[in-house]
Design a protein around this ligand. Structure first.
Ligand SMILES: Cc1ncc(C[n+]2csc(CCOP(=O)(O)OP(=O)(O)O)c2C)c(N)n1
Ligand SMILES: [Mg+2]
Length: 691
């Protein structure tokens, strides 16, 4: 046992305090089950057997940001002890009964979280918080270096905890790899990974010794191991691990061996998959009994403490059982998509002086990023190949040189890590603008947007936010560079994420104006924005004929308001509703229709979320005929939402759609068999007008 380190060992007073946290945690578990039995509680995953994590909290400082495993009751109570004015027993039980007055999630979920305690709430997707934890650890030093106000001091360290089964998840292994890689590059990465190893994940045993075998001797990851049932060992080892990370600014792995008591959750019948002997062995190692024994060995009288804590917790459980819950959809959804359009417009206007030199889409975005980097000290641009190379398509060319490697940098090839970096730097007060190299490669990391980024304000009732603008090069029609992965036109996975802003610029001037609005919405309202850049239009110059330079535009002075479309022409026979590559195709189709005496106007939606419904209805009603020209797929694509918006708002005219097929995009010219085409738009328009 390592408890012999005299300066680290617990005093009698501290031992009693930690025991108090352990007891509180155990009784919270029991009270949660009691509340459920009374029909008042909704959450019974407990911390029983893991109460040794109180020692980890005791070894840390309350300004060390923590992202916690769901068995962190004792950690939470112990940290609350270090922060004045907390009522953690109340708060946890308010969470269990989904009370609207619960201070972090406001009744939206039972999470361990608290802004004053620097505990960031987690979703129940195991390990999904680890990429963010890497980002938080990265941000601690980067914010200080750039002079950005961050919630955490420069000598803080980040901690994240997770279970033994979760340690196998690719999200966990990816995050640990990202942290080790940073350390290897000698970038500060003060992150303590805490694996609470109870030997099982629901019913599946972790092979004996596996966690140590996997993480015990990894170069660049300092390994510490302790008996999590023995408070003194857990504390002394935690102190060593925390001190090591704080001093070296490198990642470490604390392997805390625990037991799991009372099953996975209240509903779990352990006897179905564990022998009575196994269950008995866990109970014999109960950390509460072990601490009581430690106290007795030191001659400290702890009798009656268990019962006293039980009475305290049960009284609170009775008190909160009927606390009011969220009472309307409006109340539930309030933190999802904060929107202060005037403030956003005010912020967006501050960048950008109109230019007169015609630019391509790529040049316009590049210029805009340069200005935004100059204006915002906290803005970061990162991703694969964005730094030295300046992007696969040159969109970030020259930015690293101008803004410096601390603000514009290449990352490892891991989209999950890229988004994790955005999540962590975002909560730390920075303004991340990560790039995902191709739309197809967002999908392997989409949970970081869906499960993490877009839920943080929901599960923290707006107290935490992770502003970001994720630039994604996407859509099809690339000439000479074919195949599905570089021509992905699937946006369904983005369209239904609550609160997510999806920008889809087509023209160079709109792109800059929209990017400025996205960055302003991220800064002002903490919004999560996806900025879909049509690769095939990056370097387009012409619209109708070679050399007409119809797709160049001067740099704009004004930003584009969120959720507002752009109308081309005033034709009275039909309205073509489109976006992205569909815009120039529709404009060319409209010209042909005009030659045949048919007047078409073209509405570029510009924003796929929030959809510009007002503009859509106005332009639809102006002609009474709508053709949706949609380069995404027929199923799950944008046309579905446009049709639904027309129906929902009582549009009584004719509506039709022409889309890409429900197909994966093949290599070479075969792609054009399945993609929306200019001729297809033209023919569908004729058909609609002649209906
Ligand atoms: C990504 C994901 N897959 C599946 C689940 C369902 N699930 C919840 S907890 C759990 C087991 C986790 O075991 P471990 O990491 O050892 O933590 P423990 O519960 O033992 O503390 C599973 C499979 C989940 N929450 N997230
Ligand atoms: Mg486990």
């Amino acid at each position: 046992m390592l408890g012999s380190m005299s300066d680290a060992s617990l005093t009698a007073e501290r031992l009693l305090e930690l025991y108090d946290s352990q007891l509180g945690s155990r009784h919270l578990d029991l009270a949660a089950r009691w509340l459920q039995s009374k029909g008042r509680g909704f959450y019974t995953i407990g911390s029983a057997g893991h109460e040794g994590n109180a020692a980890v909290a005791a070894a840390l400082r309350p300004d060390d940001p923590a992202l916690l495993h769901y068995r962190s009751g004792a950690f939470f109570l112990e940290r609350a002890r270090q922060v004045p004015g907390r009522r953690p027993l109340h708060d946890v039980l308010l969470g269990v009964v989904a009370a609207a007055s619960e201070p972090i999630a406001g009744g939206r979920h039972k999470v361990f979280g608290s802004r004053p305690m620097n505990v960031l709430p987690q979703t129940s997707t195991i390990a999904s918080h680890l990429p963010r934890a890497v980002g938080v650890a990265f941000a601690i030093e980067r914010a200080a270096r750039l002079g950005v106000d961050s919630p955490w001091p420069r000598d803080a360290i980040a901690v994240c905890s997770f279970g033994d089964a979760s340690a196998n998840h690719s999200t966990a292994t990816g995050a640990i790899n990202a942290a080790v890689n940073c350390g290897y590059q000698e970038l500060p990465m003060p992150l303590l990974f805490v694996c609470e190893d109870n030997g099982i994940g629901i019913s599946v045993r972790t092979p004996a010794g596996w966690v140590r075998a996997a993480y015990g001797s990894r170069p660049g990851l300092e390994y510490f191991a302790a008996d999590g049932c023995d408070l003194v060992d857990a504390y002394d080892t935690s102190v060593r691990a925390v001190e090591w990370v704080r001093e070296h600014r490198r990642p470490a792995f604390l392997h805390l061996r625990t037991v799991r008591l009372m099953g996975h959750a209240g509903s779990d019948v352990e006897a179905a998959y564990r022998t009575p002997a196994e269950i008995a062995a866990s109970e014999a190692a109960d950390p509460l009994t072990v601490t009581a024994r430690l106290l007795a060995e030191r001659g400290i009288d702890a009798s009656g403490l268990y019962e006293a804590k039980q009475a305290e917790v049960m009284a609170i459980a009775e008190e909160v059982a009927y606390a009011p819950r969220l009472s309307s959809a409006r109340e539930v959804m309030a933190p999802l998509a904060p929107s202060r359009p005037t403030a956003v417009a005010g912020e967006a206007i501050k960048t950008g002086i109109a230019g007169d030199k015609p630019l391509t889409l790529a040049q316009s975005i590049n210029k805009c990023l340069g200005e935004l980097l100059e204006r915002h000290r906290e803005l970061l641009v990162f991703g694969e190949d964005v730094g030295r190379k300046g992007g696969v398509y040159g969109v970030t060319r020259g930015l690293q040189k101008a803004a410096g490697g601390a603000k514009v940098f290449d990352t490892i090839l891991d989209e999950q890590a890229i988004l994790g970096l955005a999540l962590g730097t975002g909560v730390a007060g920075m303004l991340p603008v990560p790039e995902i190299q191709y739309l197809a490669y967002l999908h392997n990391a989409a949970d970081q947007l869906r499960g993490e980024a877009s839920t943080l304000s929901f599960f923290s009732n707006g107290q935490y936010r992770n502003p970001m603008v994720v630039r994604i090069a996407g859509y099809a029609y690339q000439k000479g560079f074919g195949g599905h992965f570089h021509n992905d036109n699937a946006v369904a996975a983005l369209r239904d994420i609550p609160g997510l802003v999806v920008a889809s610029p087509s023209r160079p001037d709109d792109a800059a104006g929209m990017l400025r609005t996205c960055v302003a919405a991220a800064k002002v309202d903490g919004r999560v924005c996806v900025f879909l850049e049509p690769i095939a239009l990056y370097h387009a110059r012409d619209l109708h004929s070679e050399g007409d330079e119809g797709w160049l535009a001067p740099y704009p002075g004004d930003p584009v308001p969120l959720g507002r479309g752009r109308t081309y022409g005033a034709g009275g026979d039909l309205t073509i509703v489109t976006f992205g590559n569909g815009v120039p195709m529709s404009l060319r189709a409209a010209r042909r229709l005009e030659e045949a005496g048919i007047g078409a106007r073209v509405l570029d939606l510009r924003w796929l979320a929030p959809l510009p419904v007002e503009d859509l209805l106005r332009e639809a009603r102006a002609t009474g005929r709508v053709l949706i020209a949609d380069e995404t797929r027929r199923s799950g694509g944008v046309s579905e939402t446009v049709l639904a918006a027309l129906t929902d708002h009582g549009f009584e005219g004719a509506a039709a759609r022409v889309t890409s097929e429900d197909s994966v995009i093949p290599l070479g010219d075969a792609a054009y068999h399945v993609l929306l085409s200019q001729d297809g738009i033209h023919d569908a328009a004729l058909k609609l007008v002649r209906r």
